[in-house]
Design a protein around this ligand. Structure first.
Ligand SMILES: Nc1ncnc2c1ncn2[C@@H]1O[C@H](COP(=O)(O)OP(=O)(O)O)[C@@H](O)[C@H]1O
Ligand SMILES: [Mg+2]
Length: 235
């Protein structure tokens, strides 16, 4: 049975999709069978990063309704052997509570199931996470993002899964200009140590739709921090 890692945040634009894709890719690179579940519905972007947008026809909702076989909702990623993409719903915000069985079936098929959840959606009552699973709550170190993350960390208290704060898009330059807090200050505000501090890194910004290169080139500071996080979560 695989480990599920739910990637969530209170606010948008914090790098959930980027981190979700990178975690799943890293797991597959390390020889694990990895499934990336995009649960963002019409605002999904994992397919764009992997260049699979034209290949998607069936989703996990079809599987949950008995209208498709699981194998038809799973697409192999062209970049990496062992990585598969599945979308919870192609047409609407997925009703995760109604597809718990299908998500657990996905988890049984892999070593690592990474779920990219929509902003503000912890899916706490969807039964997606259990003992041994992990929830990542992402926050950029600014007031709005930290406040939303603090709320989400509080809501997740008492859950059986491990729950970690992750600081993303951290920039010393922004701290200097008073637009972001230093990571230590953000950790104090969240009352939680961050499992990872991912720097703002131009090399990480994906080039979606404008050229053939859709995924960031590895080697930058952000991708190094994400690789370390991947090893910690999926040893
Ligand atoms: N560490 C980073 N450094 C710089 N840009 C980043 C980083 N992580 C994500 N981005 C960029 O920020 C934007 C939002 O990221 P995305 O992963 O789509 O966030 P979310 O899914 O939380 O909305 C994208 O343009 C992405 O390329
Ligand atoms: Mg996203």
């Amino acid at each position: 049975m695989g480990r599920t890692i739910a990637v969530c945040s209170g606010s948008g634009g914090v790098g959930r999709t980027t981190l979700s894709v990178a975690l799943a890719l890293g797991a597959a690179r390390a020889g694990k069978r990895a499934i990336l579940l995009d649960a963002c519905g019409p605002s999904r972007a994992c397919d764009l990063l992997l260049g699979l947008q034209n290949a998607l026809a069936l989703d996990l909702t079809d599987v949950a309704l008995g209208e498709a076989d699981m194998e038809h909702a799973l697409l192999p990623a062209p970049q990496q052997k062992g990585l598969f993409l599945c979308c919870a719903s192609l047409t609407e915000r997925p009703r995760l509570r109604e597809m718990t069985g299908a998500v657990l079936a996905l988890r049984a098929l892999c070593d690592a199931l990474v779920i990219d959840l929509p902003a503000g959606e912890p899916a706490l009552d969807a039964g997606l996470l259990g003992e041994g699973d992990a929830r990542l709550v992402l926050a950029r170190p600014d007031d709005a993002s930290l406040r939303a993350a603090e709320q989400m960390l509080r809501q997740a208290q008492g859950e059986r899964a491990e729950c970690y704060a992750v600081l993303t898009r951290c920039s010393r330059e922004q701290v200097k200009h008073g637009r972001q807090y230093a990571p230590e200050t953000a950790e104090a505000a969240l009352d939680a140590a961050a499992l990872a501090v991912i720097p703002e890194d131009g090399a990480m910004a994906a080039d979606v739709g404008k050229s053939k290169r859709r995924i960031w080139t590895p080697g930058g500071a952000a991708s190094a921090a994400i690789e370390k996080l991947t090893r910690a979560l999926l040893p």
